[in-house]
Design a protein around this ligand. Structure first.
Ligand SMILES: N[C@@H](CCC(=O)N[C@@H](CS)C(=O)NCC(=O)O)C(=O)O
Length: 85
């Protein structure tokens, strides 16, 4: 089972940037496909459970979910520094 789950859309640039980072960092992750065109991000349940703003990417770690590619990158960088000590 992957340590990280990335809720994403394959054809979208913002999720791609996070996926690129996860790959380059060698992290154990898996994509969770979101049916963006089919309106999944507009669904009230999806918004309540995944991202109230209705956007991807969303990174899931230990059951916690984080959105915004920049926040994800900063959180990962800080975690990496802690782990590297
Ligand atoms: N603030 C977000 C923006 C992400 C974003 O714009 N995602 C687009 C897809 S690339 C989206 O989900 N848009 C929702 C919509 O258009 O309804 C980030 O930095 O990651």
């Amino acid at each position: 089972m992957a340590d990280y789950k990335l809720h994403c859309v394959g054809a979208s640039g913002n999720p791609y940037k996070v996926a690129l980072y996860l790959n380059c960092a060698g992290l154990n992750w898996e994509p969770v496909g979101v049916d963006f065109a089919g309106g999944q991000t507009r669904d009230a349940k999806w918004r309540a459970e995944t991202n109230t703003m209705g956007e991807v990417p969303v990174l899931e770690v230990d059951g916690k979910r984080m959105s915004h590619r920049r926040d994800i990158a900063v959180a990962r960088r800080n975690h990496w520094q802690i782990r590297a000590d």
